[in-house]
Design a protein around this ligand. Structure first.
Ligand SMILES: NC(=O)C1=CN([C@@H]2O[C@H](COP(=O)(O)OP(=O)(O)OC[C@H]3O[C@@H](n4cnc5c(N)ncnc54)[C@H](O)[C@@H]3O)[C@@H](O)[C@H]2O)C=CC1
Ligand SMILES: N[C@@H](CC=O)C(=O)O
Ligand code: NA
Length: 442
């Protein structure tokens, strides 16, 4: 029998992800030992409440509320507690006491990543974070390592499982937003505060991480344009369906030319967008994620799989644990942060995409001409116009006939489109601007 030395692993968090990390680590102890060349000893699991229900049957004696003591004796610390504090302080404590760290905490990385990576670099420690973006899907390692010799041009993907679950249930079953969110929470996909998912904070954090890695530039969370899915009603989903589209919350990170200066910059943004039903992203159902990466030499790559869930996310955490443990046993410098490119981050007004503008207009002669004129005036080329449902609206106490008008544009600059929409809202012929949705994917 081979005698392995011990690598001491401290687990901070025993919730949806943590309980599964512990279960798999204990169940596959022998396999991990042979893979790493050392025995991975789970020294404890720090939690807030010792008596909370868990998704796995784990030895009671492993649990503690004393995270700091657990960190002190560890070679590797896994942080799956979530939140900014005390997670940030615990990770700094771990790094400064010589441990490598594995984390799934995108909120923390997108907010304090620079501080944590600098602290790790100072002492020669490593910070692994595959689980922080797109759950089980390997995407961090491909960007940091496999594509390190290429030039990433664009990333577009679905990176939040909860909102994809909600939008998918609304689209395929006509479910209500609230019911779908309740199930996503029950299944362990949602963040502790699901506002993080619904208002796209989580997707923005992931976009900040992906864009920083892809473009070798620090992309601060505040510079990621963010729109959540609260405004997406059942009606919007239904109209999109009739027109051959599906609504998805997308993260888009790309290199682009600044229209103001002609210089190269980058953009990172998250918003609900229309995707053609023919597009592969339209087939991403439930809490799955998919990320398209377009690189200069590699061409188009697609990464697909489970974006959330306990065992799925635990898989990514454990992959990082094996890397960290091997480094502990064999040594080696690990990977440093690569943010030398320093490209400017451009505002949303600098992007170019296609749009669907839905207007409620008064059904009078000349309406179409006046609406079309505003698009032309602002340099936005119209691709299609569709007249939808008819109704009536009270104007000065009188019922006036109305019609829904959907205008699809060719690719246009966001600032031109925004100026067009402001002008449309002022037209006498327009009762209201119902929605403006970007259309992504060729
Ligand atoms: N649930 C999922 O599908 C995914 C979650 N993540 C990330 O993984 C992390 C954990 O997520 P979940 O397991 O879903 O969360 P959870 O809420 O189910 O579990 C959190 C655990 O941390 C413990 N904890 C929290 N604050 C603590 C404190 N101050 N001291 C000691 N223990 C504390 C709690 O007692 C609990 O055991 C988060 O950063 C989340 O964003 C990442 C990818 C997917
Ligand atoms: N709440 C997140 C969990 C994984 O990152 C999601 O829904 O994607
Ligand atoms: Na991942």
């Amino acid at each position: 029998m081979i005698e392995y030395r011990n690598v001491r692993v401290a687990l901070l968090g025993g919730g949806t992800v943590g309980a599964q990390v512990a279960r798999l680590l204990l169940e596959h102890k022998e396999e991990f030992a042979s893979r790493v060349g050392a025995s991975l000893e789970l020294t404890g699991i720090a939690v807030r409440n010792l008596d909370a229900a868990r998704s796995a049957d784990l030895p009671k004696e492993l649990f503690t509320t004393d995270a700091e003591s657990l960190i002190l004796g560890a070679d590797i610390v896994i942080e799956v507690m979530g939140g900014l504090e005390p997670a940030r302080s615990y990770i700094l404590q771990a790094i400064n006491s010589g441990a490598d760290v594995v984390t799934a905490n995108k909120a923390l990385l997108a907010t304090h990543g620079t501080e944590l990576f600098e602290a790790a670099e100072r002492v020669g420690a490593q910070l692994y974070f595959e689980a922080a973006v797109a759950g089980a899907i390997p995407i961090i390692r491909p960007l940091r390592e496999s594509l390190a010799g290429d030039r990433v041009k664009r990333i577009m993907g679905i990176v939040n499982g909860t909102t994809n679950y909600i939008l998918d249930k609304m689209d395929t079953e006509g479910a209500s937003f609230d019911d779908a969110l309740a199930v996503a929470t029950e299944l362990g996909y949602a963040e502790a505060d699901p506002t993080a998912d619904v208002d796209a904070f989580d997707a923005a954090q992931k976009a900040s991480i992906l864009a920083s890695l892809a473009f070798h530039t620090t992309i601060p969370l505040e510079s990621v344009h963010r729109e959540g899915i609260r405004a997406i009603s059942g009606k919007t989903v239904e109209l999109a369906k009739k027109a051959g589209y599906v609504v998805k919350l997308l993260a888009v990170c790309e290199r682009l030319t600044d229209p103001a200066t002609g210089e190269e910059g980058v953009s990172a943004r998250v918003y609900p967008a229309l995707i053609s039903r023919e597009h592969p992203l339209a087939a991403v159902h439930k809490a799955n994620n998919a990320v398209f990466v377009e690189a200069e030499a590699a061409g188009s790559l697609m990464f697909y799989g489970a974006g959330a869930g306990g065992p799925e996310t635990a898989s990514a955490v454990l992959g990082d644990l094996v890397s960290a443990a091997r480094r502990h046993v064999i040594g080696g410098p690990g990977l440093g942060a690569s943010t030398h490119a320093n490209l400017p981050v451009l505002p949303i007004s600098a992007i170019t995409t296609r749009y669907h503008v839905t207007l409620l207009v008064f059904d009078r002669p000349g309406v179409l001409a006046s609406v079309a004129e505003e698009f032309a005036k602002h340099g936005v080329s119209v691709e299609l116009v569709e007249q939808g449902t008819f109704g009536s609206e009270a104007v000065s106490g009188e019922a006036a006939p109305t019609a829904t008008l959907v205008i699809g544009t060719h690719a246009a600059l966001e600032s031109d489109l925004a100026a067009t929409v402001s002008a449309l809202a002022q037209l006498d012929a327009v009762s209201s601007v119902v929605s403006v949705l970007r259309v992504e994917g060729a």
